[in-house]
Design a protein around this ligand. Structure first.
Ligand code: 5GP
Ligand code: MG
Length: 177
């Protein structure tokens, strides 16, 4: 595995996931929720989170491809939904692993709003606010982190590291953007 430094432990993640679920339970009550999970990074976060929710939940997946050079997002994004997600009049929560520049979530939000949901909120596990390029505030947020490349708990580097139970900063010696 790559050299890394643990930033957020398994226990800290579990506690925060529980708290976020508590906020959602309070806010949505018995309303059915439609979760839209951004592949692949948010899958582990979503699976832990939804098992702490008390209301009925539907899940959907969307694959986002960004075209750009290096590690920076470009403005060009394409979407592929796992199911023809009918979100008309639904209460939707868009779940993402990490909010960085915000370009990906901003694009997704605009697209999902065209499906005319009753409400739509954004839930991110991690937030790197220093990198933001578009004005986007997540409604639910796990942790704010510094501008380091992180892996674990769903997040990868070259497709590895997703199964780590914690979140870790990748050692810069391993990282080739
Ligand atoms: P942005 O907000 O810049 O449009 O894009 C966020 C996406 O970039 C995330 O969904 C994630 O795939 C990727 N990303 C940004 N920062 C990191 C990071 O530190 N680690 C990993 N594994 N992916 C990241
Ligand atoms: Mg991602």
């Amino acid at each position: 595995m790559y050299k890394h430094k643990v930033l957020i432990t398994e226990q800290e993640i579990a506690r925060r996931v529980e708290e976020i679920a508590g906020e959602m339970n309070k806010q949505y009550g018995e309303k059915t929720l439609d979760m839209v999970c951004v592949l692949k990074g948010a899958t582990i976060f979503m699976s832990d989170l939804i098992r702490k929710l008390q209301m009925p939940v539907r899940i959907h997946f969307v694959q986002v491809s960004t075209y750009g050079t290096g590690s920076e997002s470009s403005g060009t994004v394409s979407l592929h939904f796992s199911t023809a997600a009918d979100l008309l009049d639904r209460d939707v929560v868009l779940i993402e692993d990490i909010l960085d520049t915000g370009i990906t979530l901003d694009y997704l939000l605009k697209h999902l709003k065209e499906k005319k949901p009753r409400s739509i909120q954004v839930c991110v596990l991690l937030d790197k606010p220093t990198k933001r390029k578009v004005n986007l505030q997540p409604h639910f947020r796990g942790f704010e982190i510094p501008d380091e490349f992180v892996i674990g708990y769903g997040l990868d580097y070259q497709e590895l590291g997703r199964n780590l139970r914690f979140i870790a900063a990748l050692d810069p010696s391993e990282y080739k953007p």
